[in-house]
Design a protein around this ligand. Structure first.
Ligand SMILES: O=P(O)(O)OC[C@H]1O[C@H](OP(=O)(O)OP(=O)(O)O)[C@H](O)[C@@H]1O
Ligand SMILES: NC(=O)CC[C@H](N)C(=O)O
Ligand SMILES: [Mg+2]
Length: 491
């Protein structure tokens, strides 16, 4: 029978149709300022999700939870909020939704009183069988409190019959598919887990003996913690008063971390898997110049993420680098705004032409990626209006032709510019004199490989190749998710 008729929800209703991004997670164990450190860590991870933020702490007796829509600084700099987050263990989350709307009950960390004690969880990534599992669970009587895929993990932990909490957690992980970097909190443990392919990042740090888990090294920098190591793909780390234990419950697989972390998501001052994101981006620009240089007077980056690639392009081509577009610092990332209308508005508010640099020039505009083309169309128009003679657009990633299901949630193919048009069509749509993207092998070269290993690709690059590294169970089964919520909620 159609799950829709059983009160299920459809994938579209869960995912929505907008381009979305990532999340950031943070956790600290055994530090008297646990919640304050978490707030600082989330600050450094704000670029990964700007819709909502939350912290859950544990004081030895009670869990404390503060979850808010909006930015970390808007809520977690207030003394009264921070005072409520007592205890020396805490986890935190900044959210950019990929499954489930931007409403308070989807804000993480999620918390539940399970058999054996409280359990809080924060998730970066996205599950590709969450809706299938959810529909089965609901049919079996589970009462979901949110529409987020993350709650499926919590429900699976709750229903596991294993006696120990770690076994129940592993039981849950064995049933889920897709991408996850998780931090979880129990009365005695801080837990970190990374999916078997390591699609999303998770690292271990140390602050004067207190273990830290977080998405990126910038969250360690902000609190002065030391980097210890990456959590391995498929690894679970458990921090207790006795020390740190590591579990490997999955058969080993070749890792496939997401290449988009390097292209766009991660902060340039982060080190991801031993590589400086900044240096990779510069190298992407250098490779791009080798592949598609053009005669011009000036190389101009599209701020922010396009800046390192433009530097690399300029250095390789010998064409001067100039800031021909100035970015308003009080506007956030537009790629991750929840509606197209807001995204369009965002791009206008965010960038302005620097006429003194642009007027009368032949310019090369460098950006890291084109998704819908919203940014490119606006910026190019702006360049011509400011007197540019020629505009050549160069993109430091291959054309994005396929959606992501692992925590980025790019829009469906009909909204991806490179899925709708060929190169000439995109050039005309954007309205530039020429347009070029880096090749897939050029991308891999910038990451230190000779090229893409077709048999065992070193990264997951599904957005460019359409090769998804995990089953897309919800997609294949076309899970009907009719209507999650009869309860309408104000964001
Ligand atoms: O083709 P589009 O749909 O416009 O999306 C692509 C743009 O979005 C991203 O920038 P964003 O403004 O999100 O963030 P940034 O400031 O880090 O560059 C990316 O760097 C591109 O500029
Ligand atoms: N972008 C993410 O990592 C989101 C985490 C989770 N899937 C959510 O929608 O809340
Ligand atoms: Mg950008």
């Amino acid at each position: 029978m159609d799950a829709r008729m059983q009160g299920g929800i459809t994938e579209d209703e869960l995912h929505g149709d907008t381009l979305r991004e990532e999340c950031g997670v943070f956790g600290v164990f055994g530090h008297p300022d646990a919640a304050a450190l978490t707030a600082l860590g989330l600050h450094a991870l704000q670029h990964r999700g700007q819709e909502a933020a939350g912290i859950v702490s544990y004081d030895g007796e009670h869990f404390h939870s503060e979850r808010r829509l909006g930015l970390v600084g808007d809520h977690f700099s207030s003394g009264t909020v921070m005072e409520r987050l007592k205890g020396d263990i805490a986890i935190g989350h900044v959210r950019y939704s990929t499954t489930g709307e931007t409403i308070l009950r989807n804000v993480q960390p999620l918390f539940a009183d399970l058999w054996g004690g409280g359990f809080a969880i924060g998730h970066n990534g996205n599950l590709t069988n969450a809706i299938t599992l959810r529909n089965e669970l609901v049919r079996a009587g589970a009462i979901f409190q949110s529409t987020s895929d993350t709650e499926t993990i919590l429900q699976l932990v709750a229903r596991s019959q294993s006696p120990r909490v770690m076994d129940r957690f592993v039981d849950a992980l064995r049933q889920i598919e897709g991408a996850y970097a998780l931090v979880a909190l129990t009365p005695k443990k801080l837990i970190g887990a990374r999916d078997p392919l390591g699609i999303r990042p998770l690292i271990l740090g140390n602050l004067h003996g207190a273990p830290i888990l977080c998405s990126e090294t910038v969250a360690l920098d902000i609190i002065g913690a030391d980097f210890v190591r990456e959590i391995e793909p498929g690894e679970i780390v458990v921090c207790t008063r006795e020390g740190i234990e590591s579990l490997h419950p999955f058969p080993p697989q070749r890792p496939r971390p997401c290449v988009f972390e390097y292209i766009y998501f991660a902060r340039p001052d982060s080190i991801v898997d031993g590589r400086s994101v900044y240096n990779v981006r510069k190298e992407l620009g250098r490779q791009l110049a080798i592949e598609s240089n053009v005669e011009a007077d000036v190389v101009i980056p599209v701020p922010d993420s396009g800046v390192p690639a433009a530097l690399g392009f300029a250095r390789e081509s010998g064409i001067p680098f100039e800031l021909g577009i100035i970015r308003n610092h009080y506007v956030g990332r537009t790629f991750i705004e929840p509606t197209q209308h807001i995204r369009q508005l965002g791009v206008k508010l965010k960038h302005n032409a620097n006429r003194a640099i642009v007027e009368g020039k032949r310019i090369i505009l460098v950006d890291d990626s084109i998704v819908r083309g919203t940014t490119s169309v606006k910026i190019v128009k702006m360049m011509y209006e400011a007197g540019a003679r020629e505009v050549h657009m160069r993109i430091a990633s291959p054309p994005i032709t396929h959606p992501d299901f692992y925590g980025i949630d790019t829009p469906s193919r009909d909204q991806l510019l490179a899925a709708k048009y060929d190169l000439a069509g995109m050039r005309d749509y954007i309205g530039v004199d020429s347009l070029a993207f880096i090749s897939v092998d050029g991308l891999y070269r910038a990451l230190g490989h000779a090229g893409r290993d077709a048999e065992y690709p070193q990264f997951t690059d599904h957005c460019f190749t359409g090769e998804y590294p995990t089953p897309l169970t919800d997609k294949v089964g076309e899970q009907r998710t009719d209507q999650l919520s009869l309860l309408s909620e104000i964001a």
